[in-house]
Design a protein around this ligand. Structure first.
Ligand code: ZN
Length: 96
């Protein structure tokens, strides 16, 4: 049981790495769009490989309408990760 749990947590880690890689690619290819942003809510559009996704940040909670996010709401999907990276970039640019 213990070894099984360890195995599955390692798998989740590698999945996260894969999603981070995909998120970086989405951002680099300019497929992440900030549509709306105020103090309460940020709305993003992500042009994925097969579908378009709406990502929303509200009260510190990220939501995405993709399949991954509905199955694993506890893990951020690649679209959410990409939007987080975009927000970080925007914040950095604001400071400069
Ligand atoms: Zn998603």
């Amino acid at each position: 049981m213990t070894s099984q749990r360890r195995r599955s947590s390692r798998k989740n880690l590698s999945n996260l790495e894969r999603r981070l890689g995909k998120a970086k690619r989405l951002l680099e290819e300019g497929r992440v769009e900030l549509r709306f942003n105020n103090e309460d809510i940020a709305v993003f559009r992500v042009h994925g490989d097969t579908d378009e996704h709406s990502v929303i940040l509200r009260a510190g909670i990220w939501m995405c309408d993709c399949e991954f996010n509905s199955i694993y709401p506890q893990y951020p999907c690649s679209h959410i990760l990409a939007c987080q990276m975009l927000l970080e970039q925007i914040e950095k640019e604001k400071k400069n």
